[in-house]
Ligand binder design. Structure first.
Ligand SMILES: Cc1cc2nc3c(=O)[nH]c(=O)nc-3n(C[C@H](O)[C@H](O)[C@H](O)COP(=O)(O)OP(=O)(O)OC[C@H]3O[C@@H](n4cnc5c(N)ncnc54)[C@H](O)[C@@H]3O)c2cc1C
Length: 458
């Protein structure tokens, strides 16, 4: 009996529960479905996935199999491939936090196959880290303490695969809708992406070979590219599992590496976000604290447009926004600074920022993105208090004192400035030689945010 393994953002062979289940003694058709709607809404993430496909296909071919790629609406395509192949079962990873699963079992059954959904290989199953009272945690630190005491399952080795007698048709390993949506940005971003499962493992080993006790402090310095693992994009597209990271990191710790405990704690934030998202799947649209849905944030505006285009006149904010547009990444500390500036100084609805990050990030993850935006906005479960307004200039002085990061993205003629100029739509009219724009008065912006907060509290 031939079965389909639908690779949903698990673009790897290692530690892949759905693939292990599919491979048990049966010919497997490995399938990836590229949804044009996803490319339209999340072009950078779509490009990142598209760039992972050749490596996945090569790994499958080395294992005597190959990748079948189809473009279109996932439910329609799935039914089509089931009919084309005569498969009787589909093994897939559950969609959350990226997609829903509702109705897929009926679609599969209508085409003649049974759908089996498998959990993601996160550190722990969702909803399994519980308080003494049996409820989920709302605050990270106790969640982390409880998680740290739990056993983390060992990653599953890649299974042996047997090919079907006939292969269904495959489209090319390309995502034209993602190319179209990225436009000029595709080539620039491609230079910053290291795609593929084996590269993700290499990057992990390189990181574990250099990390030390300074990790906790260094990870705040945006001009230090070696300070962190840089693996969030590989995790988001599933080139490597969190469990694999965890166990490799523990091994490094046993061999005497410093900084690992802090690294594991960071990794646990990702599971925490997924746990919150599991409980509140509308977290990307609705404030975790319901009162905050009445907060008088501003809607979209020319100020928000200037923020998106990296021309607010506030150097650290513009540098971060440019880094993200050109490379698909933004340093974590700078994400906090740019997000805070948008929601506090510009008083803009956090969902406007969240949506822009969801378009531009190669590591876009709906749960992490929503949790972090709500943290910055002050409306999340474990949020930074609203009255804590980051001063972007103070932050820049503290974490980029020599201006290496800011200069790279802002100085005329600098490499980052040239890359940003090459990536942005011509309609933005970006002039790399133009002097920086005057910024709003940061003190007044802060005051305005605090007054709005005080009124809201009253
Ligand atoms: C406003 C905002 C939006 C964000 N949106 C996303 C997003 O869409 N996708 C995403 O993966 N991360 C998001 N983050 C978290 C964080 O910025 C990135 O995970 C981090 O920059 C990744 O770099 P790294 O892999 O080198 O991290 P490392 O320091 O090497 O950390 C290891 C891993 O831990 C996890 N991690 C670390 N910090 C966080 C965090 N604050 N929240 C959740 N997981 C974390 C990531 O999976 C990361 O790869 C966001 C942060 C902010 C402030």
């Amino acid at each position: 009996m031939t079965v389909i393994c639908w690779f949903r953002r698990v673009l790897r062979l290692d530690d892949h529960p759905a693939l292990v289940a599919a491979a048990q003694d049966r010919p497997v058709i490995p399938l990836v479905i590229l949804d044009p709607a996803e490319a339209r809404d999340h072009p950078a993430s779509a490009q990142r996935q598209a760039m992972a496909l050749p490596d996945l296909d090569a790994s499958l071919r080395r294992a005597g199999s190959r990748l079948v790629v189809r473009r279109g609406d996932p439910a329609t395509v799935l039914a089509q491939v089931i009919r084309d192949s005569g498969a009787r079962a589909v093994h897939a990873t559950q969609g959350s936090p990226f997609a829903g699963d509702a109705g897929l079992d009926a679609v599969a059954a209508g085409a003649g196959a049974q759908l089996h959904l498998h959990p993601l290989a996160d550190l722990v199953p969702r909803g399994s880290v519980l308080t003494g009272g049996g409820t989920r945690f709302k605050v990270f630190t106790p969640f982390w303490r409880a998680l740290r005491k739990m056993p983390i399952a060992q990653p599953l080795p890649a299974p042996r695969l047997s090919p079907p007698a006939d292969w269904p048709h495959s489209d090319r390993l390309d995502w034209p809708e993602a190319r179209a949506a990225m436009n000029r940005g595709w080539d620039v971003m491609a230079r910053h992406v290291q795609a593929g499962e084996s590269k993700a493992h290499d990057r992990l080993e390189a990181f574990l070979g250099r990390v030390d006790a300074r990790y906790g402090a260094r990870r705040d310095l945006p001009a230090d590219p070696d300070a962190t693992s840089g693996l969030s994009d590989a995790l988001a597209v599933g080139e490597i599992s969190a469990r694999r990271l965890w166990h490799r990191a523990l091994h490094a710790q046993d061999s005497g590496r410093g900084g690992i405990e802090d690294f594991l704690r960071e990794l646990a934030w990702r599971d925490f976000a997924r746990d919150l998202f599991d409980e509140a799947p509308d977290m990307a649209r609705s404030c975790w604290k319901p009162d905050w849905n009445r907060f008088p944030w501003r809607g979209d505006s020319p100020d928000a447009a200037a923020w998106r285009q990296g021309r607010t006149g506030v150097a650290m904010v513009d540098a971060g926004m440019r880094e993200m547009y050109a490379t698909g990444r933004m340093h974590n500390r700078v994400r906090m600074i740019t997000a805070s500036y948008l929601v506090k100084h510009l008083m803009t609805d956090w969902r406007i920022g969240l949506d822009w990050f969801a378009r531009c990030l190669t590591d876009w993850d709906p749960a992490s993105n929503a949790m972090n935006w709500q943290w910055v906005a002050g409306c999340g479960p474990d949020a930074s208090p609203y009255f804590r307004v980051f001063n972007p200039e103070g932050q820049a002085a503290k974490f980029d004192g020599k201006r290496r990061y800011q200069d790279h993205w802002l100085k005329p003629g600098a490499d980052g400035t040239r890359e940003f100029a090459a990536a942005v739509p011509r309609a933005w009219g970006f002039d790399p030689q133009a002097p920086a724009l005057p910024a709003i008065d940061l003190g007044q912006g802060r005051q305005r945010a605090l007054e709005a907060y005080a009124r809201f509290k009253r």
